[in-house]
Design a protein around this ligand. Structure first.
Ligand code: HEC
Length: 129
């Protein structure tokens, strides 16, 4: 009895942790983004890669003023959690002919980066002047 009462909080904590991990750790994702993505991408402007502003729910290849590969521009992908993970695991396999030549082979890291993007790349309501 007494032992179970002592163990319960620990069990609950462990369950809570693994649930959080399954969804990805956005804070770790933010750190990874800074190191692995920010060389080419920004949340504010187009660089070597297109901006990630309003990425979530955005049609692939649709940012104005960015010169996409025809492959990405003509794909019918709309960015969300599942296809971002697919993209990051191997862009060329997901959309052959694209021109982003990096991948994130580690599933854990991918989940963390996507968890960050789900927040940072969420659609912003357009500002009314
Ligand atoms: C070496 C430069 C480079 C790095 C580093 C890089 N990307 Fe890219 N990314 C690109 C380029 C170039 C494109 C455009 C690809 C095309 O047009 O085929 C792109 C496109 C994308 C797109 C599609 C956006 C859209 O508007 O359709 C997403 C999403 C993306 N990158 C995510 C990431 C993430 C997340 C990381 C970090 C893990 C990352 N990229 C790292 C160069 C890079």
């Amino acid at each position: 009895m007494n032992l179970i009462a002592k163990l319960l909080p620990a069990i609950a904590l462990t369950a809570g942790l693994s649930a959080a991990q399954a969804e990805g750790d956005a804070l770790h994702g933010k750190q990874l983004y800074a190191v692995r993505c920010a060389i080419c991408h920004s949340l504010d402007y187009n660089g070597v890669g297109p901006t990630h502003k309003n990425l979530i729910g955005r049609r692939a290849g649709s940012v104005q003023g960015y010169a996409y590969s025809p492959a990405l521009k003509n794909s019918d992908v709309v960015w969300g959690e599942a296809n971002l993970k697919q993209w990051l695991s191997e862009p060329e396999k997901f959309i052959p002919g694209q021109k982003m030549f990096i991948a994130i082979p580690d599933a854990r890291d991918r989940a963390d980066i996507v968890a960050y993007l789900l927040q940072a790349g969420a659609q912003q309501p357009s500002k009314t002047p």
